[in-house]
Write a new protein. Structure first.
Length: 228
């Protein structure tokens, strides 16, 4: 059995299904408006709470966490939309540009909010424990405990902002380059040039010879993509 025949035999009927992301944002204008609002809200949040986290009682801290979560959810929704749209066509420059635009906005939002983690990390153990035991903070207890455990690795706010900003052109950009490279790559199996995910599926085919040819195609294809 050829690789093409094996791939067809494994057809699920969903090959032409495409994500409909209009439930998230019906138009580009809706996405832009949502990002602008999230950025403004993140800035306002910083103005309201920066320097005050240690002074908040349990009820006020719960309110602050609720507002923080809402902003993060909206920023994450926009990022998810852009990433999903791009991941279905990584060779589409317009989708890549949208992802980069959203990623930069997402970073700015995060920079406006990261002071919360810095200030929580600076709380003394007794104060933090008292807040964690408060019933008002029960929905947030696990998240706050994780932040407490990681506090030895939390830097100052300016330093954390630098790391966040560098990520846009650092590891985040590298990940995008990696995804785009593999998304555009084609691997030849039995004369057919197939995308990586389709070839990887063939590695689980019931026919041993198909699996062998698919494995060879992946190895040779990745070797062609390597750089000295």
């Amino acid at each position: 059995m050829s690789a093409a025949e094996a791939s067809t035999a494994r057809s699920t009927g969903a090959e032409t299904v495409r994500w409909d992301l209009t439930d998230l944002y019906p138009t580009a204008a809706d996405l832009d408006a949502a990002l602008a609002t999230a950025e403004a809200d993140a800035s306002a949040y910083g103005e309201r709470y920066r320097g005050r986290i240690a002074t908040l009682d349990a009820a006020a801290l719960a309110e602050a966490l609720s507002a923080l979560g809402d902003i993060h959810d909206r920023a994450g929704r926009a990022y998810t939309y852009a990433y999903l749209a791009w991941s279905t066509a990584t060779e589409d420059a317009s989708r890549g540009a949208l992802l980069q635009k959203v990623r930069e906005s997402y970073t700015r939002i995060g920079q406006s909010l990261l002071f919360f983690d810095v200030e929580w990390a600076r709380l003394d153990d007794e104060r933090a424990r008292a807040l964690l035991d408060a019933p008002e903070l029960a929905p947030y207890r696990h998240s706050l405990e994780l932040k407490t455990e990681a506090r030895d690795h939390v830097l100052t706010e300016p330093e954390e902002k630098i790391l966040s900003e560098k990520a846009v052109t650092g590891w985040s950009a590298w990940n995008r380059f990696f995804d785009e490279t593999l998304g555009a790559a084609r691997f030849e199996v039995d004369g057919d040039r197939l995308p990586l995910q389709q070839v990887l599926t063939l590695l689980h085919d019931s026919d041993r010879s198909v699996r062998q040819r698919a494995a060879r195609a992946v190895t040779e294809g990745l070797a062609d993509l390597s750089r000295p």
